[in-house]
Every structure is written in structure tokens, then in C-alpha cells.
Design a protein around this ligand. Structure first.
Ligand code: 2PG
Ligand code: MG
Length: 434
């Protein structure tokens, strides 16, 4: 018997930041160590993501997780009993085989990711280490650059405007702690500006200000004003990032920007976004075109990728295979890593490794439906990710992540390193358009 042998896996229904049911898993080891983790849930989901198991039916709008909890108790727990939590790859392989489907739909992506993360927590507890240190396994660690949402939009704000996320990148910060302080000032300034204009309507799904704007571009100009009002220089201390989440308002050659009263083909959308990247201090653009628009992704990367980070989210769904293919095709230069998009930690790490091999940046990301679970902060730090995206600077499910980053930085003391401005942006390499 080893100390790290899995004795039991338990699951329960808990509730996420939208008040919807989700799965919490608890892994018990032979030495008494316990690991616990909660599955998150997306609203703007890629069509190739792992599929959660939901009960359908009347209760909770069909979002119940009784079946997913049952997957854990009746199938996952017996299958994992006796395995070592210290061998995450073997545990995840067993989960993948047991599920047997391409998108984890049989056991449920929500059941599988909660267990996979809980196993990592249990193994770290057994080793007597915080998860970030356990995952780093002796390699030097670095706090990621926070990417903080200031205005929500798209599927997270009743489609008031089309683009989903308007975010700050505090490139002038020299520590994680300082980055959060800058975010606090700019977030507050943005709220004051909205209030002055009589546009304050509360916050969107991830805590960003509700976007009471008459066009998408107005959100960009207001973000710049907020940076200035907070006493920072746009593009020098604080830059901008956007998540277009284009699959939510179009597909190849048919993009309907309702807030701008316009419809664009792929070339038109690429041109418009590229212009915004010149007019505003935007250094990162996520999902600029829809998940099926490979030509658009290549064209946009060729147009701006030298200076701007082009992130694939719905487009890559945290898949190592998709990352490798996209890199060969010159589409994107960075990957968003969402563990529940692919289903296990081992597969998430594989996507991160594939991105590194391609010379890409990596961004560990939360989902819009979240809880107090802050596993992703440990993943980002332990794996040495370049950036961390967890939503805005309000609501406790978001603040739990920023606050955990501050704790980790403090625990590292003099050894703390911070990703800094070099960990975000374009490749610096010109890519020839095809
Ligand atoms: C995204 C995420 C987080 P969701 O698109 O990047 O902002 O949203 O979890 O709804 O997919
Ligand atoms: Mg996204």
C-alpha cells in the first residue's frame, strides 16, 4: 500500500456563480489526504468541447447534475480505487478509457474534470505541498500576467454588445500583486465614468461592468478613458485585450455585429479588428473569427500576429492536436487553456506543451460559470503559464482567484517571479499571408 493510493471518490451537487448546479468531487487517499475540486461551466462554448452530463427534465432548467454525481459514485470511484493519485497521467487515462466517448459525454465532462482536479489536490496534500509547488515539481515557478475583464458583453451580457470581453493587461506591473492593484484602480475608474454618463447598470456574468454602449467600439474608447482616469498611460502601463467570441454572432463570411448595425464577411471582420488593433492599445485578441473559419483565423494571424497575441479558445478547445495543426497552418499564436473544455488535467497539460513547442503563449482561463474553486491559479503558476484570465475584478468567484495568486506570490517570497510584459503580445515575427 502506498500513501497516495486512492481509497474513495465522492461527489456532491453544489452551486455555481449563476446559481446553477455543478459537481464537486472529493478524493480520499490511503494516508487520509483529501483533495477537492468543483467543475466550472461555460456559456459561450465551442462545439468541440467536452460535454457535461445534465439531467434534462424540469428541475433547474434541465441543468441538474444527479446523473453526473451518479457517474462518479457508480463508475468512476470503483475504477480509480487502488490507483496512485501521484500518477495523474494514469488516473486520467483510466477516466478517458472508462468514458469511451470522444467528448466525455457518457460519464460527463463535469464529472470527469472535477475528479481529475480533485486527484491533483489529493496528491499535493499527500506530498505535503501546495498544489502549485507540487505541479512545478522542482522547476522554477512564475506568477502569470493577469488579464482582467472590465466590460462584459456577448453571451455574458444579454448580447447588449457583440464582443464578449474587454480586458485590461497591466503590462507595467512588476508583480502579480501590483497587477491586481492596477486592475482595481482602472475597474473603479470605469465604473465612475459609467456613473457620470448615467450608464451604470450593474455587472455582467463575470463581474465586468454591464456594457450600456451604442457600439462595440465605444467599449474600447471607454476602456482607454478609464485607464487614463485611473492615472495610467494606455499602451505603456496598461494595454487592452478583447475576446471577440465570434462564434456567438456569426460563422465564416457572415458576421452580424448587431450593436454596430452591420454585417461583415470574413475579410471585413478581419479588417475591422485589425484597424481596432491600430487605433487602440490592443495586444491580445481571442477568437477573432468563428470556430469554423480557418481561413479567417489564418488571415487575422497573418495581419496582426507579429504585434498582437491571437488566442484560440472555441477554435482550439484546449486540444493538443488542434494546437499542433493550427500552429502548422499559421492560425493563432496562443492558446486558452480551460481544463473542462478537454476534460482532464493531463490533456490540458498536453495542450500547453504543444503550444510551447510551437513557440506560442499559454493563457489558463476560468469559465463564466465559476465557484470559489481556485485550482486554475495553481495550474497557471505550477505549469508556468504566461497569463491568467478569470473574469473581472468583482464577485467573489473571481476575487477568489486573484486573492489566491497574491497568497502564492507571498509564499514564494524573494523567489517570486512575475511573467511581466514580455509574456504577452505578438510573436515579433512577421508571417507571410497566403
Ligand atoms: C471565454 C470564457 C471566459 P465561457 O469565452 O473565454 O470569458 O467564457 O466560459 O462562457 O466560455
Ligand atoms: Mg473565449
Amino acid at each position: 500500500m502506498t500513501k497516495s493510493e486512492i481509497r474513495n471518490v465522492h461527489a456532491r451537487r453544489v452551486w455555481d456563480s449563476r446559481g446553477r448546479p455543478t459537481v464537486e468531487a472529493e478524493v480520499h487517499l490511503a494516508d487520509g489526504s483529501i483533495g477537492r475540486a468543483i467543475a466550472p461551466a461555460g456559456a459561450s462554448r465551442g462545439s468541440n468541447e467536452a460535454i457535461d452530463r445534465r439531467d434534462q427534465g424540469k428541475a433547474f432548467g434541465g441543468m441538474g447534475v444527479a446523473q453526473a454525481v451518479k457517474s462518479v459514485h457508480e463508475e468512476i470511484a470503483p475504477a480509480l480505487r487502488g490507483l496512485s493519485a501521484a500518477d495523474q497521467a494514469a488516473v486520467d487515462r483510466r477516466l478517458i478509457e472508462l468514458d469511451g466517448t470522444a467528448l466525455k459525454s457518457r460519464l460527463g465532462g463535469n464529472a470527469v474534470i472535477a475528479v481529475s482536479m480533485a486527484v491533483a489536490h489529493a496528491a499535493a496534500a499527500c506530498a505535503g505541498e501546495p498544489l502549485w509547488r507540487y505541479l512545478a515539481a522542482g522547476r522554477p515557478v512564475r506568477l502569470p500576467m493577469p488579464i482582467i475583464q472590465i466590460f462584459g458583453g456577448g453571451a455574458h451580457a444579454g448580447r447588449r454588445i457583440d464582443l464578449q470581453d474587454f480586458l485590461l493587461v497591466p503590462i507595467g506591473a512588476t508583480s502579480f500583486d501590483e497587477a491586481t492593484a492596477i486592475a482595481a484602480e482602472v475597474y473603479r475608474a470605469a465604473g465612475l465614468l459609467m456613473e457620470e454618463r448615467g450608464l451604470l447598470r450593474g455587472v455582467a456574468d463575470e463581474g465586468g461592468w454591464w456594457p450600456e454602449f451604442s457600439s462595440n467600439e465605444e467599449a474600447l474608447s471607454e476602456a482607454v478613458r478609464a485607464i487614463e482616469k485611473a492615472g495610467f498611460r494606455p499602451g505603456e502601463n496598461v494595454s487592452l485585450a478583447i475576446d471577440v467570441a465570434a462564434s456567438q454572432f456569426g460563422r465564416k463570411d457572415r458576421y452580424k455585429l448587431t450593436a454596430d448595425k452591420t454585417e461583415l464577411d470574413t475579410a471585413g471582420l478581419v479588417k475591422r479588428l485589425a484597424e481596432w488593433c491600430v487605433r487602440y492599445p490592443i495586444i491580445s485578441v481571442e477568437d477573432p473569427v468563428a470556430e469554423d473559419d480557418h481561413d479567417g483565423m489564418r488571415a487575422f494571424t497573418a495581419a496582426v500576429g507579429e504585434r498582437v497575441q491571437v488566442i484560440g479558445d472555441d477554435y482550439l478547445v484546449t486540444s493538443a492536436e488542434r494546437v499542433t495543426k493550427a500552429a502548422a497552418a499559421g492560425a493563432c499564436n496562443a492558446v486558452l487553456l480551460k481544463p473542462n473544455q478537454i476534460g482532464t488535467l493531463t490533456e490540458t497539460l498536453a495542450a500547453s506543451d504543444a503550444a510551447r513547442r510551437a513557440g506560442w503563449r499559454t493563457i489558463v482561463s476560468a469559465r463564466s460559470g465559476k465557484t470559489e474553486d481556485f485550482t486554475i491559479v495553481h495550474l497557471a503558476t505550477g505549469w508556468g503559464a504566461d497569463q491568467l484570465k478569470v473574469g473581472s475584478f468583482a464577485r467573489s468567484e473571481r476575487m477568489a482567484k486573484w486573492n489566491e495568486g497574491i497568497r502564492i506570490e507571498e509564499a514564494l517570497g524573494a523567489a517570486a517571479r512575475f511573467a511581466g510584459r514580455d509574456a504577452v503580445g505578438g510573436t515579433g515575427r512577421r508571417v507571410a499571408a497566403e
